[in-house]
Design a protein around this ligand. Structure first.
Ligand SMILES: Cc1ncc(COP(=O)(O)O)c(C=O)c1O
Length: 400
């Protein structure tokens, strides 16, 4: 090996990441079939074999989103890329955009809408609560927005927004285009894009689809796509301009950028797993497995931060016991158990743990392991929890 290369490489060993159990807000554990798909040979992004595979991914994505939208694609990039593609294309400069204040990702919607040139107005709800349909109706009447964005599954708070069809109907009464953030719901929590009349939805692959990040689902109705294609000025991003991406993901299949081939392979395999299981069965599995996790957590003596009516199975927000530093608990779980969970964010910083139960991570063994490890770590820190009661309750719930 030449001297200069040896100098660079010495001390940098072969890649050997620790084997974690991923029960945080994402990424989740990846299925071995998806990892195998990622180690298959590359073909070109315009190879006829890849073009065929693009059709597969689009068809499988439509099934997962429960939509017939022709405009259903994986955006190259993480969930934020799909989010920015949605907002940056739909929102035109000077348009009014209504966004929620009840979580971190509503805030990100607002930032992106501002950068797209939109005038942002807000509908308020506290962190840890969903939007109230009455408040949304009032905000729509007050502001007459062009676009209404909401977060279906708020990863920062563990809230699943109920009454989605009611919100979209109200928005459409005011001719607003509805954008839904489904990053933490697609493939794990009931989501019916067509039936609920959602115009645009985006997601991330690394949550309930249990796929590595890198190619992120996006779907737009024909009406939403018409709005995008009839803009006065192109969106500010060239890379995420859907009118240009149409050339690659639409009928032409002509070059726009080099697609992340391996991520598209992975997404295809992850979506095949969803189709094999059946999307509705998958929603039920998430509810059952996260229900067992919740039963264990509560029986141990801890408290969930959101009531059952809007509990989000894929992301469980658990109150941090008094006098305990949430960061210390997360660190101890990682160090002692190779188990990842996360702290709270923003308004809930220091108040909650965020425990994911997504995709491949939503398995009985992960649930029992998480309840056991959390109980052990908290008990060792002097918290009055009953880990055995937690494990028994989780096990019983899993037997049902
Ligand atoms: C609700 C929600 N929206 C958007 C995003 C952004 O996705 P990414 O981190 O993949 O860019 C996330 C990521 O956690 C999320 O949870």
């Amino acid at each position: 090996m030449p001297d200069d290369i040896e100098r660079t490489v010495s001390g940098i060993g072969e890649l050997a990441p620790p084997e974690r159990t991923l029960m945080g807000p994402g990424p989740s554990d990846v299925h071995p079939r998806v990892l195998r798909a990622m180690s298959t040979p590359l073909v070109g992004h315009l190879d006829p074999a890849f073009v065929e595979l693009m059709d597969d991914v689009q068809a499988l994505l439509r099934e997962a989103f429960r939509t017939d939208n022709e405009w259903t694609i994986p955006v190259s990039g993480t969930g934020s890329a799909a989010m920015e593609a949605a907002i940056g294309n739909v929102v035109e400069p000077g348009e009014t955009v209504l966004v929620p204040t009840n979580g971190y990702f509503g805030g990100r919607m607002a930032s992106m809408a501002r950068r797209a040139g939109g005038d942002v107005v807000e509908v308020d709800a506290p962190w840890g609560e969903p939007l109230d349909p009455g408040d949304v109706a009032d905000a729509l009447a007050d502001h007459e927005p062009d676009v209404f964005g909401f977060v279906h599954a708020e990863t920062s708070t563990g809230v699943c927004q109920p009454n989605v069809a009611e919100l979209t109907a109200a928005a459409h009464d005011h001719d607003a285009v509805v954008i839904a953030d489904a990053v933490t719901s697609l493939g794990g929590v009931e989501l019916r894009v067509d039936e609920w009349d959602i115009d645009v939805a985006y997601a991330g692959p690394q949550k309930c689809l249990s796929c590595p990040p890198g190619a992120s689902p996006l779907t737009l109705s024909d009406a939403a796509m018409d709005k995008v294609l009839s803009r006065d000025d192109p969106p500010r991003s060239w890379y995420l301009d859907l009118s240009l991406l149409e050339g690659y993901w639409g009928d032409d299949r002509s070059y726009h950028h080099t697609a992340p081939i391996t991520n598209v392979y992975a997404l295809r395999e992850a979506l095949r797993l969803v189709a094999e299981e059946g999307i509705e069965n998958r929603w039920q599995r998430h509810e059952r497995l996260a229900g067992a996790l919740k039963a264990g957590i509560e029986a141990m003596g801890l408290e969930m931060n959101v009531p059952d009516e809007y509990w989000l199975p894929s992301l469980n927000a658990v109150r941090v016991p008094d006098g305990i530093d949430d960061g210390d608990v997360c660190t101890a779980l990682l160090e002692r158990y190779d188990l990842e969970i996360a702290s709270g964010l923003g308004d809930l910083d220091g108040d909650i743990f965020r425990i994911g139960c997504m995709g491949r991570s939503a398995r009985p063994e992960n649930v029992i392991y998480t309840v056991t490890a959390l109980g052990d770590v908290l008990e060792s820190m002097g918290v009055a929890v009953d880990p055995d009661a937690g494990v028994t309750a989780a096990r019983r719930a899993l037997e049902n």
